[in-house]
Design a protein around this ligand. Sequence first.
Ligand SMILES: [Zn+2]
Length: 181
Amino acid sequence: MSNYAEDAAFNDAPEERSSKRKNFLNCADGVRNQIRILTVWKKAFRHYVPGKGEGTGSFTCIGEDCPLCAKEDYPREMRIMNVYDHKDGEVKIWEAPPRAANGVASAEAEYGNPLEYDLVVKREGNNYSVMKAGTSGEVPEGLELYDIPDHINYRTTASLKEGEFEVGDLTPPADLDTDEL
Ligand SMILES: [Zn+2]
């Protein structure tokens, strides 16, 4: 089971809105994750509210009236997709930050459609390496996928009320050079 889901996001959402617990790809520092991307990614600007419990975790930025942007918290343009995690044999949601998404784009430029082979994703600190796997594993047929647009719209910063949240890191991330993706 993913620690990310327990520590960071989404599992504190009201039960009636979530029939199924979401699994997230947790790129723990220094750990090699062999995955297959299952769906073309969707972009979303996401804020991260640190802490535990209600009102923490990832939220999709609503733009103009966003209470976190008003506090100069910087949303990151994440690429969100279904992946198959070979280690656990499970479908997971991967919210890839810009550096990881750049790695996927580089693999695609070199090897073609990344839905057709495995990738090895490894995070070290804030850096991601994304490589084509030497040997791709078998991906089962008929996997149940997450509805990514539904996931993106599930929690937005519109649900955050003034004074009831903390802002995270106020400095823009260094890896925001993603316009070309
Ligand atoms: Zn925002």
